[in-house]
Write a protein that binds this ligand. Structure first.
Ligand SMILES: CC(C)(COP(=O)(O)OP(=O)(O)OC[C@H]1O[C@@H](n2cnc3c(N)ncnc32)[C@H](O)[C@@H]1OP(=O)(O)O)[C@@H](O)C(=O)NCCC(=O)NCCS
Length: 177
């Protein structure tokens, strides 16, 4: 799918977008998002500067307020050995949320592709996420073997994509902030 027309509407999330992005994520996921293990990696953490993106709504005329139809964020995480010594750094992708009225039109794909490109251009070693394999396999994510999260998770849904420029071994250990 050619996502270029969408990518022109994607920008780095600015301070002025923050509330709208939060509202969108809450609308898509509901209050249950805060009990997920993934949230343990986000609480008391801050997204990586410049690696959160929003998709702007296409508006016609002046009547409609400009809103957001999609949001994705990347967070700094580390992989630790059993002595809690850091072994390496990764980025945790999530949440990725597309407004229910605008799903299945390629917005999610465009946001993920932009986020991956930007992260890898910055030298991020790899991107980890918890998501539906059938969706994320399309972006080169594979099951993350040998990594554990700080809470219960369906490990079939823990996926990773390493930067092509990363020549090291896949990281194994405990993932935390
Ligand atoms: C998942 C989500 C981000 C995808 O974004 P989107 O803009 O709707 O999807 P896209 O248009 O990029 O991709 C659509 C394709 O993905 C597929 N797809 C969408 N959601 C999927 C899912 N959960 N599992 C498998 N495939 C999925 C569609 O069937 C479609 O397939 P096709 O290209 O072969 O026709 C979006 O639907 C969303 O926010 N959903 C609710 C929240 C959520 O589930 N977030 C992700 C956690 S895994």
């Amino acid at each position: 799918m050619d996502t270029y027309p969408f990518e022109r509407l994607i920008t780095v999330e600015g301070a002025a977008d923050r509330d709208a992005a939060e509202a969108l994520v809450n609308r898509v996921f509901g209050p249950g998002r805060y009990i997920k293990t993934a949230e343990r990696l986000r609480e008391n953490n801050a997204p990586i500067d410049g690696l959160s993106f929003v998709m702007r709504q296409i508006t016609r005329g002046k009547a409609r307020e400009q809103g957001l139809t999609g949001s994705v964020r990347l967070w700094p995480i580390k992989v630790y050995d059993p002595e809690h010594e850091p072994l390496g750094e990764l980025a945790f992708l999530g949440p990725i949320a597309v407004d229910p009225d605008h799903q299945n039109h390629g917005i999610g794909r465009a946001l993920i592709e932009v986020a991956i490109r930007a992260a890898f251009a910055r030298g991020v070693t790899g991107i980890l996420l918890v998501g539906t394999p059938a969706y994320f396999e399309k972006f080169g994510f594979v099951r993350a073997e040998g990594l554990t999260l700080p809470g219960p998770v369906d490990y079939r849904r823990l996926m990773i994509r390493y930067n092509d420029a990363y020549t090291g071994e896949p990281l194994t250990g405990a993932v935390d902030k």
